[in-house]
Design a protein around this ligand. Structure first.
Ligand code: HEC
Length: 478
């Protein structure tokens, strides 16, 4: 019942967003259809994005400040919007729709070469809006026609509808610090801790719900220009692992998420701080527009993890910016080791995971280079597994984006996995991906992308049983 209701709401809201898009296209004075933030602030996509979905420096700051632009804030919040623009426009301006996916897929391996048409992978409806100068919401409702589900020990494809990766509110706690005696300044109804011309602090911001904390990291996991490929399953088993930025992946072979469902934690799953969204609470604060500090905790599988991250914006000279980030992340009982007797079953031990690493990002004119190295180490492994299980792993990811033309973004990414886990199952991986993305309009992109397995083909390894994967796809936002 609830599911059907969600579907109906989803479709209705989708139609509304579609209508909004059409109105915006047809309407005078508006050149393009624009998603929620662009409509609310009357800005072009490229004000906040190098090219959607990647954020530029302004877009990142906009995110850090809780989806607010202090100079354009509505002191009366959403009540003023409704009074001035009417309920319908306010509602439409809060919605955005994104359709992502393949149009065509070609994959080559010595055994079989496949060519197929690929339907859209993901349709997401966003509800995003500042409600008050110090409070915003961001909610994703997602439909995935080809989602892979795991049930009764088997993988299979099943369309899924529901809450998407992220659904949270962001609240500025600056006023609270003010009440406790800290000096504060005010702008557009927003409180900033500090003094004019002196020290200043945005936040602390509380982001709670289903959150993606790494959004502030020098290399954010979400919002990739080169989208992750889909997990492929056959006969209830994983056939091919997706191509993802390996630095942020789980990296271990043979682990399980939980005991009851016995669901594997795949080596390519984005986990811990680098999740694409998990229930939790995140606090971040930005000092003097230079240092961003962040702490928080996230639920993960049967345990939870806590993290500390810092980002330094060392250079910020208009066309030349440089920032680095560091991470320290501890997971309490977040994964299960395999049963020492039967490696296909989860064992009785829950493991702790230490994750740490760093990332950097340089932008110079049309060039955007970012990379990360992340180390993982497991604790609490049963003694019987010591000989057959490697408990540390590392991942490296480097990406270069180059805007060769107003409408063409070229990207390339290198991913290196030094895997951990069961020694007879684990494989290292090295993948090079190249992509050309063409934006006939700011909000629509067509892409051609090719990933090459730089290592030898290994028939029985889901990480390495391919040579080449070519995709043609579309990414379209209203
Ligand atoms: C005022 C700034 C701003 C403008 C203008 C803007 N965006 Fe965004 N956009 C953001 C921020 C911030 C996020 C990240 C939200 C998050 O993930 O928490 C984002 C995320 C996105 C995403 C990724 C959503 C996801 O998580 O799947 C897409 C796609 C996107 N924007 C497209 C567009 C397009 C297309 C336009 C113009 C028509 C546009 N944006 C205009 C700020 C902006």
């Amino acid at each position: 019942m609830l599911k059907r209701l969600t579907v109906v709401v989803f479709i209705a809201a989708g139609l509304l967003a579609l209508l909004a898009g059409l109105v915006a296209v047809a309407g005078p004075g508006r050149a393009e259809a624009v998603p929620a933030f662009a409509r609310q602030y009357d800005l072009q996509c490229n004000a906040c994005h190098t090219r959607p979905p990647r954020l530029n420096r302004f877009g990142e700051q906009f995110h850090m400040m809780g989806f607010q632009i202090p100079s354009a804030a509505q002191p009366g919040g959403i009540v003023t919007n409704v009074r001035e623009d009417g309920t319908v426009k306010t509602l439409i301006d809060s919605l955005a729709l994104r359709v992502e996916g393949g149009l065509f897929e070609y994959s080559a391996s010595p055994r079989e070469t496949e060519t197929k048409f690929a339907p859209p992978d993901e349709i997401t409806l966003f509800v995003a809006r500042p409600l008050l100068p110090e409070l915003s919401i961001f909610i994703e409702i997602e439909g995935e026609p080809n989602a892979v589900a795991f049930e009764n020990g088997r993988y299979f494809q099943r369309g899924q509808f529901g809450l998407g990766k992220e659904a949270f509110f962001m609240l500025n706690l600056g006023r609270l610090l003010g009440a406790l005696g800290a000096p504060t300044m005010e702008m557009g109804g927003q409180t900033m801790v500090g003094t004019h011309g002196g020290f200043s602090m945005h936040g602390p911001m509380l982001m709670a719900g289903k959150v993606d904390p790494n959004t502030n990291f020098s290399y954010a996991t979400n919002r990739q220009l080169i989208a992750p490929t889909e997990l492929e399953v056959a006969h209830g088993k994983v056939e091919r692992l997706p191509v993802v930025p390996y630095a942020f992946a789980s990296k271990f072979f043979g682990l399980f998420k939980n005991r009851d469902e016995r669901e594997p934690q795949l080596a390519t799953d984005q986990v811990m701080y680098n999740t694409s969204g998990a229930p939790g609470a995140d606090f971040h604060a930005m000092l003097n527009d230079v240092v961003l500090g962040q702490v928080g905790f996230l639920r993960e599988n049967e345990g939870f993890n806590t993290y500390m991250a810092a980002r330094f914006d060392l250079l910020d000279r208009g066309e030349f910016t440089f920032n680095v980030s560091a991470l320290m992340n501890w997971g309490f009982g977040v994964v299960r080791a395999p049963d020492p007797e039967d490696h296909n079953q989860p064992g009785s031990n829950r493991l702790d995971r230490l994750r740490y690493g760093m990332a950097a990002n340089v932008r110079w004119k049309q060039l955007d280079v970012y990379g990360a190295v992340i180390w993982d180490r497991l604790y609490g492994l049963p003694g019987e597994l010591r000989g057959s299980f490697d408990r540390s792993a590392t991942g490296l990811t480097i990406q270069v984006d180059y805007l060769v033309h107003e409408k063409v973004m070229l990207s390339s990414r290198f991913d290196q996995l030094w895997a951990g886990g069961l020694k007879d199952e684990k494989r290292d991986g090295s993948v090079l991906s190249l992509q050309a993305k063409f934006y006939p309009w700011q909000n629509i992109a067509f892409f051609v992308r090719d990933s090459v397995n730089l290592r030898s083909f290994v028939e029985n390894s889901p990480l390495r049983n391919w040579r080449n994967q070519l995709f043609v796809g579309i990414d379209w936002g209203f």
